[in-house]
Design a protein around this ligand. Structure first.
Ligand code: KIV
Length: 275
């Protein structure tokens, strides 16, 4: 059955995304599980198995503690749910910064063990050569500039970037180097609006914004943020749902029913066969 499904549905590829520069905005969301990937797949061009999984699903304080094993496990889960959308898996902190060969080996492991179509790396000042090495050897790579969550211990917190001066110039250069290295798209996170537009105009692959204005070629959000699962979200998130409230209401109703012995009722139990 599953091979028949694969034959009839054409999945979005890295070249498809790259070709959307200045085209219809690219719709992206994060996904970590099979059922959610199934729902998002119908509406999204690209699903990112973000290392935000560490914070969103596993309750970590930041993404630094996320491991290759976590990314592979969640990448496999998302690939079981997504049929049409391109699936990109984040390379976790420590899996690509130490050198191009080690990065390539880890990227190949992610591609082979999950079946995803590409990896994403946070493109700090020294990563362009590594991106080029991986792309030249068959690994599609998405870059990520601006606010880089894996750099939290250097930056001292999650802070918006590139509002002025030297930092602004550096982020623009990192985006250009990432695109020149062969990345098929670049996530631009948490930067001032003017800088997002400048990066979008300066590079010839699509920019995917998060907290970076509508001046990008596409947008991404953490799905659980936009669905309203948390009681706090960053300024740049628009809440399209109230999952926290809905779950609370449903669980309160269940608890009431259990305490009142009205659940399970006749429709929810098995009866012995007559005779
Ligand atoms: O890990 C993640 O979810 C991300 C997105 C926020 C872009 O990198």
């Amino acid at each position: 059955m599953s091979s028949q499904r694969q034959e009839t549905v054409k999945r979005v590829t890295a070249p498809d995304i790259a070709a959307r520069k200045n085209g219809t905005p690219i719709v992206c969301l994060t996904a970590y599980t099979t059922p959610v990937a199934e729902i998002l797949d119908e509406h999204c061009d690209l699903l990112l198995v973000g290392d935000s999984v560490g914070m969103v699903v596993h309750g970590l304080p930041n993404t630094v503690g996320v491991t290759m094993e976590m990314m592979i496990l969640h990448g496999q889960a998302v690939m079981r749910g997504a049929r049409k959308a391109m699936v990109v898996v984040d390379m976790p902190f420590g899996s690509y910064e130490g050198g191009a060969e080690a990065a390539y080996a880890n990227a190949v492991r992610i591609l082979k063990e999950t079946g995803c179509q590409a990896v994403k790396v946070e493109a700090g000042p020294t990563v362009a050569d590594t991106i080029a090495y991986m792309v030249q050897r068959g690994v599609p790579v998405m870059g990520h500039v601006g606010l880089r969550p894996q750099a939290i211990n250097v930056d001292g917190g999650f802070k918006a970037k590139g509002k002025a001066g030297e930092e602004r110039r550096r982020i623009l250069e990192e985006a250009k180097a990432t695109a020149a290295a062969g990345a098929f798209a670049v996530v631009v996170e948490g930067v001032a609006e003017g800088l997002a537009r400048e990066i979008t105009q300066a590079i010839d692959v699509p920019t995917i914004g998060i907290g970076a204005s509508a001046g990008c070629d596409g947008q991404i959000l953490v799905t659980d943020d936009m669905l309203g699962l948390f009681d706090w979200t960053p300024k740049f998130v628009r809440r399209y749902g109230d999952l926290r409230g809905e779950i609370g209401k449903a669980v309160a109703a269940y608890a009431d029913d259990v305490r009142a012995r009205s659940f399970p009722g006749p429709a929810e139990i098995y009866f012995a066969k007559a005779g």
